[in-house]
Write a protein that binds this ligand. Structure first.
Ligand code: UD1
Length: 419
């Protein structure tokens, strides 16, 4: 296992290029299972999670070859319709193959994802919706088996806004017989891109990017070529790093429109942020960082995937702030690790009261999930002395070349083998 040794206290300056979005790549690759042929995906991030998805697709007779960030995926008919426990337990997004397998073959067997570091993470909304489309669902030996002769259009009202359930059910509905009306859909840019990919494949969908989406089932789809959208969470993480320790950092290849609320909150904190016509974003740290409260919410609200990083930032603000988590109420495993660096954070249910003006000091800390880990990297950059961050395989799941990108703008981060 690898770990990072982070020497804090170095200001960052320069340019960071933003990679393709992990959370777009995973559903888009799953959508390719809907129809045979050759797909070409550009701007694919080279991440542990994209490699895991390719292993899963390989089991389902969809074989990829990567050249840089371009992926050629050859999809053929598959006799296997199972996503195994070994893969689903390392990456919950494997669950995305449920919808396409069911739509295409009338059959899918997918390991039931367990809980995770941030709570139970149920899949009830996925299952209720595919059952309403006509599938029979059984749970046996830790696997969900879904079967149907034919999926039939219906009305589905999601009880909450779920990125995964919206994506999975869209992929199931495109080949269903008749019309499916989906209410209370997630509107994240990654879901918008999935919907656009399905339309490009020949699906008939109204309401792209809306909370009400109408899908008219079609008999056939065709393969497509497309470029994955930029990773707004990677961009947001590095923008917060810039607010924390950056003198001036420029971001190339991101999409400022996908991160409007974060830009607004960083400006409230005193950062100077410029966005030009080509979406190049420059962030300049203020002399004095103001405390700013945030509350996570589904898009276009403040992303839960940037909550941990915001807490790290607020330890350096000139006063106290409140960080409220409304999407995953238990998503606070980073708090205990940030405290090891000297952070003072009081928890009251799903609200973190973050004390500002803290002098952070390097210490050994541990990664617990992708975004908790990136908050520890940011805190380590702001701390004095060395921070030893172990279990960084979590970071490798979701951040392409993170230590290289940060080192290029002046950070001191070395990857080494853990003893
Ligand atoms: C996706 C993202 C993840 C992000 C999350 C919220 C991917 C691969 N992952 O996860 O990084 O943090 O969106 O923006 O894109 N829920 C239910 N029942 C369900 C499904 C969800 O109760 O059947 C709840 C969840 O527990 C959570 C909320 O709905 O409280 C939102 O979850 P959801 O949007 O589904 O998250 P994911 O798609 O798993």
């Amino acid at each position: 296992m690898d770990r990072f040794v982070i020497e804090g206290g170095y200001p960052l300056t320069g340019t960071i290029g933003i990679s393709g979005a992990k959370n777009s790549a995973l559903p888009l690759l799953s959508a390719a299972l809907l129809c045979d042929g050759e797909y070409v995906f550009d701007n694919v991030p080279n991440l542990r999670d994209t490699r895991t998805m390719l292993r899963l697709l390989g089991d389902l007779n969809a074989h990829g070859s990567i050249d840089g960030s371009v992926l050629h995926l050859q999809v053929g008919e598959s006799a296997n319709r199972t996503a195994s426990y070994d893969l689903v337990k390392t990456m919950r997004a494997s669950f995305y193959v449920l919808g396409p397998l069911l739509a295409r073959y009338g059959e899918a067997r997918v390991s039931l994802p367990g809980g995770c570091a941030w709570g139970p993470r149920p899949v009830d909304q996925h299952l209720k919706a595919v059952a309403k489309l006509g599938a029979t669902i059984d749970i046996d030996a830790g696997y969900i088996s879904a079967r149907c002769d034919k999926l039939r259009g219906t009305e589905i009202i999601f009880e909450l806004s779920s990125v995964g359930a919206t994506g999975n059910v869209l992929m199931a509905a495109v080949l269903a017989e008749g019309t499916t009306v989906l209410e209370n859909c997630a509107r994240e840019p990654e879901i918008v891109q999935l919907t656009e990919m399905l339309v490009a494949m020949g699906a008939e969908i109204e309401g792209v990017g809306q909370s009400r989406i109408v899908v008219h089932g079609v008999k056939e789809l065709h393969p497509v070529s497309l470029a994955i959208i930029p990773d707004r969470i990677e961009l947001g993480t590095y923008m917060i790093a810039a607010a924390l320790v950056g003198e001036s950092i420029r971001f190339d290849g991101g999409n400022a429109k996908h991160i409007g609320i974060v830009i607004e909150k960083l400006r409230e904190a005193g950062c100077q942020i410029d966005v030009d016509a080509t979406d190049t974003i420059t962030v300049k740290r203020p002399d004095k960082l103001h405390p700013v409260d945030i509350k996570t919410a589904p898009y276009p609200g403040f992303p839960t995937d940037l909550q941990a990083q915001w807490i790290a930032l607020m330890t350096q603000a000139s006063g106290d702030s409140l960080v409220t988590e409304t999407v995953y109420l238990d998503r606070f495993t980073h708090v205990a690790e940030l405290r090891r660096l000297g952070a003072q954070i009081r928890m009251d249910g799903n609200v973190a009261q973050v004390v500002g003006n803290i002098v952070l000091k390097g210490a050994p800390v541990m990664s617990t999930d992708i975004r908790a880990s990136s908050s520890l990297v940011l805190a380590g950059l702001a701390a004095s002395g060395s921070t030893l961050l172990s279990r960084i395989y979590h970071l490798d799941r979701g951040y392409e070349r993170i230590e290289q990108k940060l080192t290029e703008v002046g950070a001191h981060i070395v990857r080494e083998k853990e003893e």
